[in-house]
Design a protein around this ligand. Structure first.
Ligand code: F6P
Length: 342
């Protein structure tokens, strides 16, 4: 069996560990052959392949990024030819099946391609941890570690100057990174896309911290919206994420907090540092196990399935179940963390 592997969408620490897990399991146990597909669906559409054998995955589990490259190409858009073109490219290269490693967009395309007869098994990937049908995705733990370390570092400089720090973490649609890093770093407030807050509430938390003689540290998801912000922006024909981006949401809130509380306030956008570098040990193990399970699913002919973490077990679910919508932060998890605010 010849299996093509692709990584698609935003990169994520642990992608290389998945690739290594699949190749080692496939070559050592199942006598599989592999080919690397460059830059996600783009490589499959254009027939851009690379050697992927036992030697090319040596030492890969600790390496960040993806040796295959990634893109956000959607095979159904434009004149890319969709499933017909992809099947033609696979036949020409002798590829029997595809392991597609990606997030919501990638898996949605994988589901549509499977419906059209292409043999695909999916592996969930997102630092945002927003995919349904898996308890955690690899990359999330690493991102939380990086953000937590940044919060710890920003706290000491906040203390030195008696300033308020607003730390912006990734999470366009969901607040999992903010919730976990904020709890781990002892943030005085956590602001997530799912739970809009007023500027008055935020300032109340900040002043309460200052009154206790502490320097306030706030963590905010990039997709956070102030209560009422949607309405205010929509009157100008904009939406919250695509507002004019002079900076992140933290850079918008910081001057408002400073003006209203009189406390000098600084914003720090962590951005892509959360996606770069080596994966944590937890993510290496999770990614390797998912990669190995994906090869098993290919050999079992479980097309349209996705490998997933359930508790401590790796299970098989349908890609359709994983792409029904995003996994948001439940109010109960937010309320639990909010006991620690202020
Ligand atoms: O989807 C993962 C993610 O990290 C989001 O949290 C973030 O908004 C986005 O990717 C950034 O994507 P890009 O690398 O295209 O700027």
């Amino acid at each position: 069996m010849k299996i093509g592997i692709l990584t698609s969408g935003g990169d994520c620490p642990g992608l290389n560990a998945v690739i290594r897990g699949s190749v080692l399991k496939g070559v050592r146990v199942l006598d599989a052959e592999f080919v690397g597909i460059r830059n996600g669906w783009k490589g499959l559409v254009e027939g851009d392949f690379m050697t992927l054998d036992r030697h090319s995955v040596r030492g890969l589990s600790r390496q960040g990024g993806t040796i295959l490259g990634s893109s956000r190409t959607n095979p159904f858009e434009g004149d890319r030819g969709g499933p017909v073109n992809i099947q033609k490219t696979m036949d020409a290269e002798g590829i029997d099946a595809i392991i597609a490693i990606g997030g919501e967009g990638t898996l949605t395309a994988a589901r549509r391609l499977t419906d059209a007869g292409i043999k695909i098994v999916g592996v969930p990937k997102t630092i945002d941890n927003d995919l349904e049908a898996t308890d955690y995705s690899f990359g999330f733990n690493t991102a939380v570690e990086i953000a937590t370390e940044a919060i710890d570092r920003l706290r000491t400089t906040a203390d030195s100057h008696g300033r308020c720090m607003i730390v912006e973490v990734m999470g366009r649609h969901v607040g999992w990174i903010a919730l976990h890093a904020g709890m781990a770093g002892g943030a005085h407030a956590i602001l997530t896309p799912e739970q809009p807050q007023t500027i008055d509430q935020i300032c109340e938390w900040v002043l309460h911290v200052r009154d206790r003689g502490r320097a306030p540290v706030l963590v905010v998801s990039e997709g956070f919206k102030l209560a009422g912000m949607d309405e205010a922006l929509s009157t100008k024909g904009l939406d919250a994420f695509n507002r004019p981006r002079l900076g992140g949401i933290s850079e918008m809130i910081a001057p408002m907090v400073e003006e209203r509380t009189g406390i000098e306030t600084r914003a720090t956008v962590l951005g892509h540092t959360q996606r770069g570098g080596a994966p944590s040990a937890y993510d290496r193990v999770l990614a390797t196990r998912l990669g190995m399970a994906a090869v098993d699913a290919v050999y079992a002919g479980q097309w349209g399935s996705m490998v997933s973490l359930r508790g401590t077990d790796i299970e098989i679910v349908s890609i359709a179940d994983a792409t029904i919508g995003l996994k948001t932060v439940p109010q109960a998890r937010y309320d639990e963390a909010a006991v620690l605010f202020g």
